[in-house]
Design a binder for this molecule. Structure first.
Ligand code: NAP
Length: 288
C-alpha cells in the first residue's frame, strides 16, 4: 500500500520502519528534515518537505507528534496532512493528545471525506522498536478495518474502543493507572531500602505474587540503582496527566491520587528531571 508517516521521533521512526519492512511504499515527513532523510536512506522510502506533500496519494497517513497543538498543525494546518489527502483515505493519529482534539480532527476529516482514527499507543520506545505496542483506537469501523492490518506491523494489540476520542480516553486510563502504580512502587522500594532489606531480593520475590506488574519487573532494578536517563520522559507524563485531569474535571471524575502524583512529577521537573524516565518519582523519596 502507499502509506505516509509524519513525525519520526522516538516512537514514529521505528513505527514507520516496521511499515517499510513489511513491504509498504512509505513516504515520510519530519519537521527536522535530516531525520526524514536518514529514515529514507535506511528504509528506502521517500521524504517530503511538508505533511501535505508526504500525504499526497497515500491510502493511509499515520502521524505521531507531540501534543494537541502539534496534532492541529500537522493534521489540519495550511500544509497539514488533510490538505494533501484524497477522499476515502484514512488519517491515523498515534500522538497522545486530548479527546477534544481527536473529535476536532475527526470532524475536519469527515468534511473532506477522509476517515480519522485517534490511536494513541502504549509500550514505550522498546515496544515501538520491537513492534509490540498496544494501540487504543477511537473512530468508525470502516477506516479501522482499512488501517488495522498496517497497525498490526507494530501493534501486538490493536483494539477499536468506540467512537472518536475513545482511543485517547483509554490512553488516559492507562496513564492514571501508571501514576498511582509508579508512586506505590517508589514508596515500596524506598521502604525496603530504609528498613535494611535487600531490595533486589524483595522485588524478585514480590514479582511472583499479587503485586506483580510490568513496572515492577522492568523499572524496579533501575529505580534501586537510581538510574533514570532513559525511557518515558517526565515532561511527556506531565502533558498526559494534564490531559487526564482536565477531562476528569469536566466529567466530575475524582482523581485524587493522580492529581497528587502530578505535583510530585512537577517537583522532579524542578530538580532538572524533565527528561528522566517516569520511574524517577523515587528520587523525591531517596533524597528526602
Ligand atoms: N516515548 C514514549 O515512550 C512514548 C510512549 C507512548 C506514547 N508516546 C507519545 O507519542 C508521541 C510522540 O512521542 P515521542 O517520544 O516519539 O516524541 P519525540 O521523540 O519528541 O518526537 C516527536 C516528533 O514529533 C515531531 N513534531 C512535534 N511537534 C511538531 C510540529 N508542531 N510540527 C511538526 N512536527 C512536530 C518532532 O519533530 P522534530 O524531529 O523536528 O522535533 C518529532 O518527530 C507523544 O505524544 C508521546 O506522549 C510516547
Amino acid at each position: 500500500m502507499k502509506l505516509a508517516f509524519l513525525g519520526l521521533g522516538v516512537m514514529g521512526y521505528p513505527m514507520a520502519g516496521h511499515l517499510a519492512k513489511a513491504g509498504h511504499e512509505v513516504t515520510v515527513y519530519n519537521r527536522t528534515a535530516a531525520k526524514a532523510e536518514a529514515w529514507a536512506k535506511e528504509h528506502g522510502g521517500r521524504s517530503r518537505g511538508s505533511p501535505a506533500e508526504a500525504a499526497e496519494g497515500a491510502a493511509i497517513v499515520f502521524m505521531c507528534v507531540g501534543n494537541d497543538n502539534d496534532v492541529r498543525e500537522v493534521g489540519t494546518g495550511p500544509k497539514g496532512a488533510l490538505a494533501g489527502m484524497a477522499r476515502g483515505a484514512v488519517l491515523v493519529d498515534h500522538t497522545t493528545a486530548s479527546a477534544d482534539v481527536a473529535r476536532e480532527l475527526y470532524a475536519a476529516a469527515q468534511a473532506k471525506g477522509v476517515g480519522f482514527l485517534d490511536a494513541p499507543v502504549s509500550g514505550g520506545q522498546a515496544g515501538a522498536v520491537n513492534g509490540r505496542l498496544t494501540v487504543m483506537v477511537g473512530g468508525d469501523e470502516a477506516p479501522f478495518r482499512t488501517a488495522e492490518p498496517a497497525m498490526r506491523h507494530y501493534g501486538q494489540a490493536v483494539t477499536l474502543m468506540g467512537p472518536s476520542g475513545s482511543g485517547q480516553l483509554t490512553k488516559m486510563v492507562n496513564q492514571i493507572l501508571l501514576a498511582g502504580l509508579i508512586q506505590g512502587l517508589s514508596e515500596g522500594i524506598n521502604f525496603a531500602m530504609r528498613v535494611g532489606l535487600d531490595a533486589r531480593k524483595a522485588v524478585d520475590v514480590i514479582a511472583k505474587g499479587a503485586a506483580q506488574s510490568w513496572q515492577l519487573e522492568n523499572r524496579a532494578p533501575t529505580m534501586i540503582e537510581g538510574k533514570f536517563d532513559f525511557g518515558f520522559a517526565v515532561d511527556w507524563m506531565r502533558k498526559d496527566l494534564g490531559i487526564c485531569l482536565a477531562e476528569a474535571r469536566r466529567r466530575n471524575a475524582a482523581l485524587p491520587v493522580t492529581a497528587l502524583v502530578d505535583q510530585f512529577y512537577e517537583r522532579v521537573q524542578e530538580r532538572g528531571g524533565g527528561r528522566w524516565d517516569t520511574s524517577a518519582l523515587i528520587h523525591l523519596l531517596a533524597k528526602a
